[in-house]
Design a protein around this ligand. Structure first.
Ligand SMILES: O=C(O)CCC(=O)C(=O)O
Ligand SMILES: [Fe+2]
Length: 342
């Protein structure tokens, strides 16, 4: 689109300002250097943080005081031995036995597979269903994500260094978006420090003054910047810049199986660099909502029998549009197990 035709969409884009829309490149209002020089991005960030704080306060009863304090300090929680051993064994058995169509994506030295856990796959998985529906699991996601919503779930397999190439895009420090949000990994495999362990900059879920100044600066050029993901609203940051913002050193979270790692991924994080071939399998969850909402519930009703249906319909349309041509991004790859080699 030329830039003037883009402006025809401006009225619609203006509505986007009051939502979770984050792309500086695709939304002429959110990406406007003039508006961002006058504080639009910084205002959205501050307002979203304030609302997130209010919603978390309303949900504080869902987590222990220790977890709330650790999360407030670090922006993530590590819960070792999350499930009782027999429950974990049942979950693991169910996941390893599952053999269904999977989605796959290759980027740099990383091969990622996602098996959606939704209304299509979950009914046959009794143990897994009970775990993800449990209060212990749901409450942590509600608190960290600041919304009482059933997260989107998948079995995520990461094959790191499956080929010689550069690290994938997630292996550079970044913030997923401008507002409080949640992602989690309930690991089924051990994650070694030398492998692609999730790495988080403690405390970076809270914006200090230098961070705000940095965000303001980035928002002025993000639209045209050379970094695609920054342009799309997931700001990338170099290690030198991170250091200048005054946050503590990043922590690479090496963990044992049956550990839940849950984080506000608006804080800076990356997929750790792998020294050698590694395979990491987890139940992966994320949840996003309109960050300006004053209440913690959903706008649309959550119908268990419909979970994942819309995504599957969208993927079907994209597959049809591809018409058998080789896939460049995420695609249905055929029937797989979580640990089927790439
Ligand atoms: O897989 C990881 O360790 C982190 C990837 C990431 O940046 C994300 O999922 O937002
Ligand atoms: Fe991320």
């Amino acid at each position: 689109m030329t830039s003037w035709t883009k402006w025809l969409w401006a009225p619609l884009h203006a509505f986007g300002v009051a939502t979770q829309a984050k792309s500086f490149r695709d939304n002429v209002v959110i990406g406007s250097p003039w508006l961002n020089r006058h504080g639009l991005h910084v205002w959205r960030r501050r307002a979203a943080a304030r609302m997130g704080q209010r919603r978390r306060a309303a949900l504080a009863g869902l987590v222990s005081a220790e977890d709330a304090a650790a999360f407030a300090r670090d922006g993530y929680l590590i819960k070792p031995d999350f499930l009782a051993p027999e429950v974990f064994a049942a979950l693991q058995a169910e996941v390893s036995a599952l053999e269904v169509p999977a989605r796959e994506f290759v980027d740099g030295y990383t091969f990622t597979r996602l098996i959606p856990l939704d209304s299509v796959s979950l009914p046959a998985m009794q143990a897994t269903r009970a775990v993800v529906a449990s209060a212990a699991y749901q409450n942590l996601h509600a608190y960290v994500g600041s919304f009482r919503r059933f997260p989107r779930l998948s079995i995520q397999t990461i094959f790191s260094r499956f080929r010689e190439d550069v690290p994938d895009v997630q292996s550079h420090y970044h913030s997923d978006t401008f507002h409080p949000t949640v992602k989690s990994w309930l690991y089924l495999t051990e994650v070694d420090a030398a492998a692609a362990a999730f790495t988080y900059v403690p405390g970076s879920h809270v914006a200090n003054r230098r961070r705000m100044a940095w965000e303001r600066r980035v928002s002025l050029t993000a639209r045209e910047g050379s970094d695609r993901l920054t342009a799309e609203g997931s700001m990338r940051i170099s290690e030198a810049e991170l250091h200048r913002l005054g946050y503590p050193a990043p922590r690479k979270l090496a963990v044992a199986p049956n550990t839940l790692v849950i984080a506000d991924t608006s804080g800076f994080h990356r997929r750790g660099i792998s020294q050698s071939q590694a395979c990491r399998i987890s139940i992966w969850a994320y949840s996003r909502s309109n960050p300006f909402l004053p209440f913690v519930g959903s706008v649309l009703p959550d119908v268990p029998a419909l979970r994942g249906r819309l995504s599957r319909a969208v993927w079907a349309v994209l597959e049809a549009a591809r018409r058998g041509k080789p896939a460049r991004g995420w695609h249905w790859a055929g029937v797989r197990r979580a640990d089927t080699p790439p």
